[in-house]
Design a binder for this molecule. Sequence first.
Ligand code: GTP
Ligand code: MG
Length: 203
Amino acid sequence: MKISEASFAGSSTRISEKPKQRFPEFAFIGRSNVGKSSLINMLCNKRKLAMTSGTPGKTRLVNHFLINGEWYLVDLPGYGYAKMSKTGRQKLEQVINNYINFSEEMHLLFVLIDSRHDIGKIDLDFLMQLGNRGIPFSIIFTKADKLGKNALAAQIERNRQALLEYWEELPPVFISSAETGEGKEEILDYIGSLLEEMKKEEK
Ligand code: GTP
Ligand code: MG
């Protein structure tokens, strides 16, 4: 799948404020600073579509981007930013939970994990919650350019094994880099195949 058109469609803190035009949504979540907004920009070939920052906690709202006039990429705030005030964190959690629990159009949630690190408790807890609530998700290991080829493969294998302690089988897993564009085709083709499936089901 190719993205020929990508534009900002609106920000919200609750689903009643979502863009009025409803289309299938593919959302990106993960720890603060893991690279959600950068990945969206990379997928869309636009450097400044979603706002990014070296300081965690940049994205505070749910941001919808309309793609090819027929589906949305959704940029969510990050979870687990330790330096934020308790109230600030609770507010973000509310924004995130309201979206992932109640957005009827959300077709799939991509959970991003930094490919350099071991999966932490905070990620595992988040993934467990998704499992318990029956929310469909897929995993993307980000910032692949920051590790050498062998170290990357070893770290990803460690993380797969860590996940396999909790799940019998894993959902599709992708590797990405906003710097090199790695993973772009695979992620977009996967979204494309899910959209095709939806169209067939509608017929
Ligand atoms: P919040 O909105 O704060 O939750 O963060 P985010 O997950 O949207 O992260 P963002 O895209 O803002 O990126 C955070 C930092 O990581 C920025 O300094 C990016 O330039 C950097 N970054 C993101 N993706 C990559 C990547 O694939 N490779 C490298 N080298 N740096 C990246
Ligand atoms: Mg962001």
